[in-house]
Write a protein that binds this ligand. Sequence first.
Ligand code: ZN
Length: 382
Amino acid sequence: MNTPNFAIEIDAAFDSGNIEVRSISGAEADLGIRRDTGSDFFQWFHFRVSGASGRDLELRLRGLRSSAYPSGWPDYRAAVSEDRRHWARADTEWDPNADGGTLTIRYTPSSDLTWFAYFAPYSFERHQDLIADASLAPGVTARVLGRSLDGRTIDCLELGEGPREVWLYARQHPGESMAEWWMEGALGALTDPSDPVGRALRQRCRFHIVPNCNPDGSVRGHLRTNAIGVNLNREWAAPSAGQSPEVLAIRGAMDESGVDFAMDIHGDEAIPAVFLAGFEGIPSITERQLTGYQRYRTILARRTPDFQTKHGYPVAPAGKGNLAMSTNQLAERFGCVSMTLEMPFKDNDDLPCPEQGWSPERSMVLGRDCLAALLEWLETEG
Ligand SMILES: [Zn+2]
């Protein structure tokens, strides 16, 4: 049998697509990643390869040393899928010295069409399905908090009859798609009438859930910003209608409800672990807030082997917390317990999965575990 030598085709003109094709030769290609509109950030990629059945693909993403997080590439493996449902990882090699930093992905598809992405994508269509399913569950209200610059809805699901105001929100950074997979797991637990954790939490809390804070960036295939290149998680001190209507809408709804407990869901490019970041540097921090945050971390670490407290970000010194970031702003504004959850793009090195790395499946399970930890946190508070 002859090996085909016609050129593969590479496309990214679809939801969250992002790639620049520099050259293609047979089953090899030189590629780049497009910057977020109006900003210098780039790291998210998502593209399709056609005509590759049985061929040894070699895809070289160039110039990545100037990406947003160059430390995200060592030990990283690209996500790959042939059915767009199951996402595995492809052999991937990082050479910081070749052509400004080159990530080489090698994969031999068994069918003609293959999709590659920085992490398993979570499409805006799937987002519509997610909120449709949730809003059909008993006692769930779907609210539109506002609109993005491109006119997309900022959707918020509300449920529960309890007095504690809990806010869960995700994808301020749109390329961190694991955050919306986490939301799918969490919403599954909360809306399932036969889930005992969901039932108990609904008695104790009123939930406000924003599964996607940045739909424009998500659809545009951005890593970190909205339609005009604004990093929404630096807008919480002074959001504006012209620059960050997404945050303006969410913060306004929080002001109406108040906030007792908040979780902001993210992904981290470099650190191969799940971890939390808190609000230690805010000016008006109280012992009660700090103890509440530390107690949640301890409970979560005991409940799931996917969470750990050894690796994470350096803690801000006293009084130096950046109030433009949501976790700090909410802790300062409401005196609440507020935190940022980070999941890896790479893998959880404490419990690695050679086939999938960190995955949508693991993210969804973590969403459920975080809720179970919240229930224990509420049940055991002094
Ligand atoms: Zn983030």
